[in-house]
Design a protein around this ligand. Structure first.
Ligand code: TXA
Ligand code: MG
Length: 375
């Protein structure tokens, strides 16, 4: 794989969009900004294009991709049926960071997109550049996050090039993405909304939009993946299973093939510390000190309010504690920086789990490989 990768700078957006759209129409693979993270797009109908996506990422081929549309009208040719509750949520959150797993219309997209499942994941991104690109390409665009498999999702065009330069046809630079974490993936079954992966649309927002008759069931936090897996819910199975908070559901609910893969984690060992602010800070510092005593180069991922008090080789600020959305925006870049600095041990502060905090903590737990210290 040795491709000339075009870089379309923000100043060249208009001509870049035309070139990128024609590359897509010709079966090429192009990275583009969305409001969540950068995606690596290809024509979802073309098995050759989709295979290029998997090859560029080094992604296991049995992990399905999200299909991106310019607007909800594109659903007609893709999904075998959309319920009134799904329509309601689409009206509330599209364009935006919400992905629906829907029954697939056979033959609508390459079987490589759905990894052979009878469902297809679909979303309409809110980012202007993404929507213009998809509209100009004139086809549904399959797009996973534009990182090498096992690396954090890219929130800057530079991250895409760091991972994929020479492996893809181009990248449209739209500056930093907004949310910084991937979309929320849901499967609606009857009047239950199962959150397979927490993300940019929060459970609270889903509840408010769905109304009092609808249940929103969140997964256990290790269900939806950061990038490379999500649990599939059996259409005829126990509707409550996917949202159960304990591990028991795992035995009864089928999972999507991707769930067996590890997702990104920094190269260094990482631990996440949870608990109230005061004991958490003490535990973060003592974990860092213990690792330093072992001769490791240690980094701490901290909120702005606490960062100045910590002693470590690197203290990376994720944003204000009062604004977990800031930490969501900066987390992936910070994890990449941990690798760039060659940190051998990383201690991360936990955040409250409401709102976007749920998705943030899901990604932090994943990055820590489930290594959590309760202070
Ligand atoms: O924000 C996002 O969703 C970004 C941007 C580029 O749109 N995309 C993204 O794609 O995060 P990716 O491939 O990194 O994650 C897609 C997730 C995976 O967890 C995959 O297993 C799940 O969606 N998925 C895709 N199709 C599915 C299906 N038919 N059933 C269950 N899970 C599915
Ligand atoms: Mg991903």
């Amino acid at each position: 794989m040795n491709r000339q990768t075009q870089y379309w700078a923000p100043e060249r957006l208009d001509s870049g969009l035309i070139e990128a759209a024609s590359a897509l129409a010709a079966g090429g693979v192009v990275a583009f900004p969305t409001e969540t993270v950068y995606g690596l797009g290809g024509d979802a109908r073309s098995t050759e294009a989709v295979e290029r996506i998997f090859a560029a990422k080094g992604r296991p081929s049995d992990n399905p991709l999200i299909v991106h549309l310019a607007d909800a009208a594109g659903l007609d040719g893709l999904a075998a049926g959309v319920s009134s509750l799904e329509r309601k949520l689409m009206a509330a959150f599209w364009p935006g960071p919400l992905t629906f797993v829907l029954p697939a219309l056979p033959g609508a997209v390459s079987p490589r997109v759905t990894a052979g499942l009878d469902t297809v994941a679909v979303r309409v991104p809110a980012h202007e550049t993404a929507r213009r690109l998809i509209a100009a390409a004139g086809c549904p665009i399959a797009a996973p996050s534009a990182n090498r498999s096992g690396r954090p999702s890219p929130t800057l065009a530079r991250h895409v090039l760091d991972d994929l330069d020479g492996r893809i046809d181009g990248v449209l630079d739209g500056g930093p993405t907004g949310v910084g974490l991937e979309s929320t993936v849901v499967r609606v079954m009857g009047d239950v909304v199962h959150v397979l992966r927490p993300g940019g649309v929060t459970a609270e927002q889903l509840r408010a939009a769905a109304g009092p008759d609808v249940r929103v069931e969140s997964g256990s936090g290790d269900v939806g993946d950061v990038g490379e897996a999500a649990r599939e819910v059996a259409p005829s199975g126990d509707a409550g299973a996917a949202g159960a908070d304990d591990g028991s559901a795992a035995e009864t609910a089928p999972r999507s093939p991707g769930v067996k893969y590890t997702h990104y984690a920094p190269q260094g060992e990482m631990v996440l510390v949870t608990g109230d602010a005061a004991p958490m800070r003490a535990t973060v510092q003592s974990a860092a000190d213990a690792a330093r005593a072992r001769g490791l180069s240690v980094g701490i991922l901290a909120c702005a309010e606490h960062a100045g008090d910590y002693r470590a080789d690197a203290v990376l600020v994720l944003g204000s504690r009062a604004e977990p959305g800031e930490a969501a925006q900066t987390l992936y870049a910070a994890l990449r920086e941990c690798d760039d600095r060659g940190l051998g041990y990383i201690v991360a502060e936990g955040y409250p789990e409401d709102g976007i905090g749920a998705a943030l903590m899901n990604r932090l737990r994943k990055a820590a490989g489930g290594h959590v210290l309760q202070a």
